[in-house]
Design a protein around this ligand. Sequence first.
Ligand code: SAM
Length: 235
Amino acid sequence: MGKLYLAPTPIGNLKDVSDRLRETLKSVAIIACEDTRTTGKLLGLLGIRARLISYHEYNESTRAPRLVEYLMRGEDVAVVSDAGAPGISDPSYRVTKAAISAGAQIVALPGPCAIIPALTASGLPTDRFFFEGFLPRTTVTRKKRFAELATNSHTLVFYESPHRIEKAVSDALETLGDRDACIAREISKIHEEFLRGTLSELKSTLEKRKIKGEIVLLITGAPKQTKEKKNKYKK
Ligand code: SAM
């Protein structure tokens, strides 16, 4: 039985390629990737020639069994996404589940993922966090989701597009109140930037200045209830 490697790739800086990633991508029989052109470019820069097969959110369910067939023939397969960790707001869940059912070993390489550098540099509490992935696209559904998360005391972490960040911050302010927050932008790239402040401060920054690029929005969690408050309605 072959091994299934889950292989994170750089989120902006090619120097984040580890020796282990390079060796893995060189050694496997097949690399399943979201976009063969994007991964082809990365492999070109690394001087690696490999057999690529497309594996994205629209063909995941049909491609996963095919990838498992390769594993069952004894061939090693790597899954990569366009950037960052496969499986984190990117495909890999279906093939991982199918490979586990087939008895294959799963090897998840540690590596780049936008969540962790965004969280650790945010200045918000890092001891507990809640990763939501992408927020809903409309104001009504976004506010509803914020309302559902309003009592969550973990630092809230969202992926968001530059086109919707201003609205998302404004909806968060309306729904969650004026909490500390951070916008982590273009991590590990030339224009890397961390905008820190309260939601109302970030809102006024975004009103004055449009921001571009890839964004993680982080918002501090709900204040933990004190015992006294918790017991307020207890006899
Ligand atoms: N699998 C990826 C990971 O491990 O982070 C995430 C893929 S998801 C399709 C893409 C989103 O991740 C972007 O829209 C952005 O919210 C976030 N992201 C990816 N790279 C980033 C970067 N360099 N700086 C900030 N956010 C980034």
